[in-house]
Design a protein around this ligand. Structure first.
Ligand SMILES: [Zn+2]
Length: 252
């Protein structure tokens, strides 16, 4: 093996050349899909010096876990991103790439074996690092305008049931209009403040602009996936309120 795996769940070690020293302590776990039809091609890309991308782990569809970068090192998976005022997400996070072809290939489901392996790996990582529940995030959470992974069909509920991440049951569709692009005023300001306080990269302005829509869509992908359209309908607003309350309850 090119280096000693950090987790006993690792079945294969393939060293990626794409890593460097961290500039901050680990306090985030970031989940991705590979977005490629072939897992082997995704693995090759994550280990290619030209691509300049990498992740700490890749979980195959059959549940096999490959480690590419030691956890102590900074891998290149987040790109331009931001959470809770921090922009060097790579320095603070462990990145897991989960083999799934993604939106461009019809959003195929994550197989059961793969879900179980990701649950196991996350639990194992969380025993070794102090990562708060609300900092187990999607790539789309930290880069809402650029990224959609790991997708609105991702298994956040299963992770939460295993004690991983902060998640609340989404509210079903409710009557009413809510807030939409072009709206402005106190209610929009309150929505933006709520999303920004949770960690999303959004400056509250009181105007529902394109950036607000991207962030609302990212929130929906993770927390209210039944409809991802960036419109803050009543069910989205109610789910955000529940999530904020759950976070406050944890913090106190
Ligand atoms: Zn990603």
């Amino acid at each position: 093996m090119p280096f000693t795996a950090d987790s006993p769940l690792v079945t294969d070690v393939v060293l990626s050349p794409n890593h460097e020293p961290r500039r901050a302590a680990i306090d985030m776990l970031l989940l991705h899909y590979t977005g490629m039809e072939s897992t082997d091609e995704a693995l090759q890309r994550l280990a290619s010096p030209e691509a300049k991308v990498s992740s700490h782990y890749l979980v195959r569809q059959n549940g096999a876990v490959v480690q590419l970068v030691p956890e102590a090192r900074r891998a290149y998976h987040a790109g331009v991103s931001s959470w809770d005022g921090e922009t060097d997400i790579n320095s603070r996070s462990i990145g897991i790439e989960i083999a799934n072809p993604g939106h461009d290939f019809g959003c195929p489901p994550y197989p059961e074996e793969q879900v179980a392996a990701v649950v196991g790996l996350c639990r194992d990582i969380l025993t070794r690092h102090a990562i708060r529940a609300e900092r187990v995030l999607a790539h789309s959470d930290v880069a809402p305008a650029r990224k959609r992974d790991p997708g609105e069909w991702f298994f956040w509920r299963e992770l939460a049931e295993a004690g991983i991440g902060l998640w609340v049951p989404p509210h079903p569709a409710m009557p009413g209009r809510g807030l939409a692009p072009g709206d402005s005023g106190e209610a929009v300001l309150a929505l933006q403040q709520s999303l920004a306080r949770y960690g999303y990269d959004l400056v509250p302005t009181g105007t529902f602009d394109a950036k607000t829509r991207d962030v609302v869509a990212a929130f929906q992908r993770h927390f209210r996936p039944a409809r991802v359209d960036g419109l803050a309908d009543p069910s989205t607003l109610a789910t955000l309120d529940d999530l904020t309350a759950a976070r406050t309850a944890r913090a106190s």
